[in-house]
Structures are given as structure tokens and as C-alpha cells.
Write a protein that binds this ligand. Sequence first.
Ligand SMILES: C[S@@+](CC[C@H](N)C(=O)[O-])C[C@H]1O[C@@H](n2cnc3c(N)ncnc32)[C@H](O)[C@@H]1O
Length: 470
Amino acid sequence: MAKSTSGFKNKRRGGYRKPANNIQTSGKQGGSSSGSPQFIEVDVDRLSYDGKGIARFNGRACFIPDALPGEKVKAQITAANNKRVEAKLIKVLEASTERVTPQCPVYEECGGCDLQHMSHQSQIAHKQTVVEQLLLRGTDLEQVSWHEPIVSENQGYGYRRKIRLACYYDASCQVLKVGFRAARSKKIVPVSDCAIVTNEMKALLKAVYGLVEQLHQDVTKTSVLRQFAHIECVADQDSQSVCFRLLERLPEPVESIVSQWAETNELNLWFRVGNEPLTLKRGMESVSCLKDGVKLAYSPEDFLQVNAGVNDNLVQRVMEVLNIQASDRVLDLFSGLGNFTLSSAKRAKRVKAVEAIDVMVEKSLDNARLNQLENVDAEVQDLFDEAALQWLDDSCDCLILDPPRAGAELISQHVGRTKARRIAYVSCNPQSLARDSQWILQQGYQLDSLTLLDMFPQTSHIETLAVFTK
Ligand SMILES: C[S@@+](CC[C@H](N)C(=O)[O-])C[C@H]1O[C@@H](n2cnc3c(N)ncnc32)[C@H](O)[C@@H]1O
């Protein structure tokens, strides 16, 4: 793979996130006392959990995005306090063998990815190390055992099937800007050549930018272009959908330009205007198909796992490790549209799906009907609320947990009450996973295995499957 060894430009031009712990952004401790920029040359020793290179500088940890362990780099200090220094990469002086050339033409500006400069294999190894360190630190475990990771194809490119495009009408140049936000900034970066999206999404992006161009020609009223808040796009082999999130309804002639555009590109077209309900203007709800034949209907605004290939393998792996028997009751918590519910229902006696959003609960029941599954119950519950514990006692043989980043602390604290023999915990935050694992272990479960899920390659987001048994 091609290596980029020098002249690596700063990719954080768009802005700088002021660190929380009272860090100075003036020259007092970080820059020179005159306030002029301070450049340093340092050796990078390791990566932080969120993928920044860490070096030592004057006895403090110095965090440098885009730098890799084993590299000597020139960096510019952007902020500092007594404990830590923040710096931006100016130049790689000696490159790591793990450094690769990012495929995306807008990688340096866009806030979407932060690890494209690291080989795909090293990203996976790094993420595995982070999970292991956090688990060993946060629990009484002395070692953990790993399954083969579930790896994204194509070296971790071309996988993302769902994106949200930010929109901003720039009155100074009378232009509607559409794209991803730059890192820690409101600036919008056009992403017509985004390298991490699916081929179908690439085609859809081309179509969206074509529509934006047409609107600039046909719609002269700025009051119309201001109405675009954001655009949700979903595109994979199964279907392509777009949802325009609008502040106010578009005038009829403009709406018909958009409808005609959707017709020409054979897209499912949705609008959400202000707080009004989501409406399907053209086409139909999308349906995603899993390997085991399960069909999942969804709209572009629903939570959908962004990496279809990894998700499909994940669902099958969860089914395997839970080893669901025909007499089993399965409890699927944080169930969304029923991604795990339906495959479980094909194997189990009965499945109960629990989720906070009522629309998702309704859709999971619709999805059960779509798959002719009659053994699914679904209900709305806030699983961070003590009231959710009332029905936990002796509720299942197998438990699936797939919480948001905050994790599932309350449920983990009481998980023994479910009487589950096996637990599959799908985590998108290794810190909450480590905390919750300790609660689960304290109730007599053992951690059987971990699987690194390469759900978000080229980014520092970490997804893991942890399997507990009793
Ligand atoms: C990571 S998603 C997983 C969804 C689903 N399991 C899937 O694979 O598509 C987390 C889900 O938890 C739901 N959720 C978030 N907070 C919740 C809460 N406090 N109680 C119950 N569900 C919640 C979200 O609405 C979302 O559907």
C-alpha cells in the first residue's frame, strides 16, 4: 500500500475543539509567551482511545490528531495546561509503516473520518487493544478471549449506506451548501467523492449535487433555498431513499422539481416539514434483507446499522453465540426496528423487544408481520428508568443488549434477575461496555468471548460484541 511520508497537512483547519479540562488556547503554556505559534518535534509513542497520537512533551502528554505511534512529527501547539498539550500535525518527519494514503479526496477537511491515514488492519488491531485495555482496567478480569473480528470488505472503504447531509444557505454568496461538517466546526465540506460510502450512495450523492445545482438555476428566491435543514440518504443494493428535512413547505413548483428529480433517479422520496409527520412523496419504504431471509422495512429517518455487510454477519454471529433453542424466550433490549428481534424470532419460542421510541416499536411489530412471525411482543420502555425493572424477573433464556453510547448500566446492574443463560451485548462505546461488564460479572456471569466489529472503518468509533454466559 502506498505510504505517505511527508508534507502531511493539517486536516483540522476547520476549527479546534477546546478541551474540557481548563486547557489554555493562548500562548501562556502552550505557545510561546509572545503568543506566536510554537512548533515542536516529538516522537509519538501510542494512540489515544479516540485515535490521536500521544507523545511526551515537557513531562506532559501531547495529543496530536493524524499522528501514529512510532512516528517522529513536527506539530504546532494549539492548547495546553499543566497536564496535557494539544497540537496539530504539521509534518511527518519519520513515518510509521502503518501509515497509508487516505483514499478520500476531502479527508483533510471533512470531520467524518479520522483514521484513514492508518492501515485498515492496524485500525482493527488498535480498536481491539482499546477494548481489551478498558475491560482489564474496568473489571476484575485478568484476561479476555477474542473471536475473529467481523471485518468490513474493500479494506474498509465503500461500506456506509446511510448518511446525513448538512445544509446551510450562505446568504453572502447566495449558495445552498450541502455536505458533511468539518471536524469541530460548522463549516460544510462538499462530499461528492466520499470514499467510505457504498457505490449506490456515490451515485445518489451525484444526483443530490445535481439537484442542488438545478435548484440554484431554477429557484431564484433565497427564501426557498433557506428551507433545507438537512438531507437523509440511504443507499445500498436493496434500495435508495432520500428524505428532505425542511423548515417550511416548499412552494409547489419547487416541490415538483424535486419530485421529478426523484422520479428520474428512481428514488424513494420523503419529506419532513417542521414538526409535521414524515411523509412519503414517491416510491415506497425501503426493505433491507439479511442472509437468513429476514426482511427489515425502514424509512430514511429510522436508526439503521450503517454497515450492511458487517451488520448481517453480526446478526448471524449473535444467533450463533446465543444458540437459541425452539423452547427459548429471548429478550431483545434497545431493539430499534427489530434488527436482532426477527432473526431471534425465527429460532425462539417467543421474543420480547423493548425500545424507547414508540414509532420504532410499531415498526418492529410491522416487521414481524412482514416476516410472518407471530411470536414477537414489543413494548415501549425507557430502559434507563427504574420502572423498566418491574418485568425483568425470570424474563428470558437469552438476552440481547444493544444500547446507545451511554450503555445499559441500570439493566446490567440487575441482569441476573432475568435468569438469562446467555447474554449478547453489542456495544458502540468500550468505556460503557467495561463499566457494564463489571456489573454483569458481579452477578455470576463469565465473559466468554469478545468480537471486534469493524462497523465504522476509517473512523475511531469502536463497536464490540461481548458474550456472557452463566
Ligand atoms: C444502537 S441502537 C440499536 C437498535 C437495534 N438493536 C439495531 O440493531 O438496529 C440503540 C437503540 O436504543 C434505543 N434507545 C436509546 N435510549 C433508550 C432508552 N433509554 N430506553 C430504551 N431504548 C433506548 C434507540 O432508540 C435505538 O433504537
